[in-house]
Design a protein around this ligand. Structure first.
Ligand SMILES: Nc1ncnc2c1ncn2[C@@H]1O[C@H](COP(=O)(O)OP(=O)(O)OP(=O)(O)O)[C@@H](O)[C@H]1O
Ligand SMILES: [Mg+2]
Length: 251
C-alpha cells in the first residue's frame, strides 16, 4: 500500500487547561484534499502549527512520507514539502508581490537564479497575481493578500499545502475565484488540507472533511455526511450564519 503523505499519530497538546489535541490520529493520501471544520478555539490552527513545526506536540508523532518529522524544525519541513498559509496574512509589505514569492522560492524551495524566478512567475500565474507582480504587498486588497498568502506557500514548492481560512472575510464572488484557484491546485496533484469556516467553499473543493472539537476528530467522511452529523450540527448550533452550515448543504 502507498505511504500516506501525512500521518498524525496519537498527537496531544495542551496549553495549561486548554487541550488543543487529544490523542489525535489523522492520515492523508498523496494528492488528497481534506477540509477541516470546527468551532472557534477547537485547535485547528494549532494542528497546522504542529504539522508545520511551529508548535511541538506534548506527545505523538508527525509522519511525512513515512518519515518521522516531529523533531524537525519548520524550515526543514518546508524543504521537505510542507507549505502553509497563516490565518492572518504575513507578507513582507514593503516588497513587491513578485519579490514576496521569490523569497519563498529561494529560501523555502532552495532555488537560485533563473529557477527561482521562473518558479515565482509560474506561481503568480497559477494564483492569478501575475498582473500585480510589481505591486507592493502592502497595497493589496484582502482577496489579493489571501491569494498572495497561497502564492507564498506555493513558492516553497510543497507537496502538502495547508490553507488556514483563506476564504475568511471575502465576498461571495471572491470566494468563488479562490475556490477555482484551489481546485486547480488540487487537480495538479497537490495534497491539500483546508481549514475553513466558509463551509460551502470547502464542499466545492474537497472530497473528505473532518470536524475537530476539543482536540479530537469528532467526524470524518464525505463533506455532506459530516455536515449532517448530529454531533457536528450540535457543535455549530448558535455559532451564527457565518459557519455556512445550512440545511441545503447538510442534507
Ligand atoms: N501559543 C498559545 N498559548 C496559549 N494558548 C494557545 C496558544 N495557541 C492557541 N492557544 C489556545 O488554544 C485554543 C485553540 O486555538 P486555535 O488557534 O488552534 O483554534 P482554532 O480552531 O484555529 O480557532 P479559530 O477558528 O478561532 O481560528 C484556543 O483556546 C487558543 O486560545
Ligand atoms: Mg484558527
Amino acid at each position: 500500500m502507498a505511504e500516506p503523505l501525512l500521518r498524525l499519530e496519537s498527537l496531544s497538546k495542551s496549553f495549561g487547561q486548554v487541550t488543543v489535541a487529544k490523542d489525535l490520529a489523522l492520515s492523508l493520501d498523496p494528492g488528497e484534499a481534506l477540509g477541516i471544520v470546527g468551532p472557534n478555539g477547537a485547535g485547528k490552527t494549532s494542528l497546522f502549527a504542529m504539522i508545520s513545526g511551529d508548535l511541538r506536540p506534548d506527545a505523538g508523532t508527525v509522519w511525512l512520507d513515512g518519515r518521522d518529522v516531529t523533531g524537525v524544525p519548520p524550515h526543514a519541513r518546508t524543504r521537505a514539502g510542507i507549505g502553509r498559509t497563516y490565518q492572518v496574512p504575513r507578507p513582507f509589505t514593503h516588497l513587491s508581490v513578485f519579490e514576496n514569492v521569490l523569497v519563498c522560492a529561494h529560501q523555502g524551495a532552495g532555488l537560485h537564479g533563473k529557477q527561482a524566478w521562473s518558479q515565482a512567475m509560474d506561481v503568480l500565474e497559477r494564483t492569478g497575481l501575475a498582473d500585480l507582480a510589481n505591486t507592493a504587498a502592502g497595497r493589496l486588497t484582502l482577496l489579493q493578500r489571501k491569494r498572495l498568502e497561497v502564492a507564498r506557500a506555493l513558492g516553497t514548492g510543497p507537496r502538502l499545502l495547508l490553507l488556514d481560512e483563506v476564504a475568511g472575510g471575502l465576498t461571495e464572488p471572491e470566494v468563488a475565484e479562490l475556490v477555482e484557484v484551489i481546485r486547480r491546485l488540487h487537480a495538479e496533484g497537490l495534497g491539500i488540507v483546508w481549514i475553513e469556516h466558509v463551509v460551502h467553499a470547502l464542499v466545492k473543493t474537497v472530497a473528505r472533511m473532518i470536524c475537530l472539537a476539543g482536540g479530537d476528530v469528532v467526524a470524518d467522511g464525505e463533506p455532506v455526511a459530516v455536515l449532517a452529523d448530529a454531533k457536528v450540527r450540535e457543535l455549530y448550533l448558535g455559532a451564527g450564519p457565518e459557519t455556512g452550515l445550512t440545511d441545503e448543504e447538510g442534507s
